[in-house]
Structure formats: C-alpha cells, structure tokens
Design a protein around this ligand. Sequence first.
Ligand SMILES: *Cc1c(COP(=O)(O)O)cnc(C)c1O
Length: 397
Amino acid sequence: MVHMKVSKRAQAVPPSATIAVDSKAKQMKAQGIDVIGFGAGEPDFDTPDFIKESAIKALKAGKVRYTPAEGTLELRTAVAEKLKRDNHLTYTPEQVIVNIGAKHSIYAAMQAVIDPGDEVIMPCPYWVTYPETIKLAEGTMKVVETDPKNDFKMTAAQLKAALTKKTAMVVLNSPNNPGGFTYTPDELAALAKALEGTDVVVLSDEIYEKLIYGDTKFISFAALSADAYNRTLTVNGLSKTFAMTGWRLGYTAGPANVIKAMARLQSHMTQNPVTFTQDAAITALKDTSDTVEKMRLEFEKRSKIIAGLLNAIPGVVCPRPTGAFYAFPDVSKHFGRTIGGVKIAGSMEFAQALLEQANVAVVPGAPFGAPNNIRLSFACSIQNIEKGVNRIAEWLK
Ligand SMILES: *Cc1c(COP(=O)(O)O)cnc(C)c1O
C-alpha cells in the first residue's frame, strides 16, 4: 500500500472551528433534527438580482477567459472609485489587487509581507483564520490580550508594549469578528500614532464596514493620516456587504510595491478571480441604491433583539454589537456546572452540549482566543433568534 504523506505545514493547520460547528449542525439537520443554527458566518439574504443579472450578461457576452492575475483594469478602477467615494482614500488602479475573497486577500498580503520569524501583533479575540495565515507565512503571532470592559479593543498603550524590533505587521479588524466590536475614530488615531516612526504594516480588514449600528462611526485606518495611509493594506470584499459569500471576490489596496508582489504570487497560486464575477463586482461597487442599507437595517433590528434576549438569561452577559452580525456573550458563570450529565468545563463543552442536548448551534469562543464567550451569528430570521435563545435559556435552567 502506498501511504501518501501530508506535509508538516498542512498538518499544523486545523480545520476552521466555525465551519466545523456549521457542518455538525447541517449533519444533524439532514437527520431530521430541528437544529437552530447560530453558527453561520454569512448573510442569510440572497445576492441582489441586479448583481446576478450582471454576471449572467457577462457570461452570455463570452467573458470566460483569463483576465490579468490582479483583476481587470475596469474592476480595479471601480474599487479605487469606491474607496474614494466611501472611504476618502486615493488609490490608483495599480495600487489595487482583486483577490478570490477577502480571505485570499489576507493570505496573499501575509505571503507578500511576512518573512520567517517576523512578529504579527494580533489583538484578541481574533477571527480564526488569522493565526493560520500567519503560521503559513512562517510569522510569529504576538497576541495582545484586551479588556472585555473596553469591548475587547486594543489600546495604544497595549500596542506600544507589544512592539519589538521584529514586529512586521499589526492586524486590525473593525467591526470585528467574533464580537462585532468597532473601534472609534479616536481609538484608531491613537493606534496610528503609536506606530509612527516604525515600518510596521497595518493590515486593516474592513469587511464589515457597512454593517454598523446605532451611532457607531466607521473610518478606514488608511484615512487617518498620511503616515497611516503609507503603512496600511486595506482589505475588503463583497461577501458581507452584498450577500455574495459564494462569489469569492475580495480586494486589497496599498503601496504599489506590495500590491505588485501580491499579483506575482497570485499569478502562480490562483490567477484571476472568476472573470464574469468581476463584471458583477463592478455593478455591485457602483451601486448607490438602498440595497445594502435595507440589509443593514434588518441586521440592526436583530442585533437589538438577540442582545436583549441573551442579557435576560441569568449568568449571561452580552454587550450590544456595534457592527457585523455576531453576538458574543460571556457565559463563563455557567462553567463548572453539570448539565444533562455533561460537565461544562469551558466554551468548547458548552457549545457541544448545547448542540447535542438543546439542538442549538453556536461557536465556542476558545478558537477566537476568548474562552469565556460563545459566538452567535444573527444572520438568521427573528423567529429563529427567539426560538434559539429561548432554548438556551431553558437548557441553562
Ligand atoms: C467573512 C470574513 C472575511 C472574508 O470573507 P471572504 O468571503 O473571503 O471575502 C474576512 N474577514 C473577516 C473578519 C470575516 O468575518
């Protein structure tokens, strides 16, 4: 028998914890079990029709060949125009690369910037994909513990204390996954100030920029100052804003030398994002109708409902999400209990027992670096939110 080996590199990468919960829930659903899923990290809306039409038109027009690896000039121009219009950022099309989802933007950016041993500063909790992409770039992750009382946001003093001669990059994600926490413009300005005089790159993952609630204000890190602009790779994509997760379209803007390096890598890794998808992306980025605002309003309504219901459960503390579509309650008061014969030692056991005993799927906080919390996506109907959170309340009784 031939035994095909798996590289050490691949062995070191675990599957995504968020996708693992989602698969288990889907499997239970397939068996006919009535599972309420709060696992999904994607909007429950369909992609707007006018965007779909644009892809169909492109297909029919024969747009089925390779484009430049970095994406068509037309799309990169549309991205530059979007960044000017929405984010007050001036980029030429040469400073923009289109990637196969923002996940791929982050991977390519880290491959282009990080050398073995370089340190990457990561405020905790963080999205599960960052540690693995840092590892694959042979960087060292330097976790910065944050205070839940400060909505898990890194302060300028904490950032300064984490900087060393080896720091190559800081990853910022606001509004953030897993908690929907959003830095204020002042907080970001303080972080920018802390980096002045260094060559540290900021990777600013702005995928949730349009999904903000209440009086939350969004500002792009690169828009803070000339210094911030010069050190920032601005990452964004269409998945969350336009309900286009399956289309795989993300982009990165920044200094031309790094964007060119990403394009060289991309030309060998994947080549261009799907050609007719690029046309649909142009249509989406040029849209100034209320399509996105309608989805935002719906998410905002749900954010209030889910936080209210969770906070009504004894021993559960849920800050109001300021952005994205996740509630991130602290459930640690229940750790140490035995429920349904299972000892709830931490967030992993909590999520597993909740799924098995009450048929509610949530994601444990531990893989995000927040072991006291669980993540509930409210990218689902209000009816589901009410039914699911009620089940959690009953189960905890
Ligand atoms: C969903 C998500 C992304 C990437 O999404 P793509 O579908 O790859 O564009 C990037 N960052 C965060 C924090 C996310 O939650």
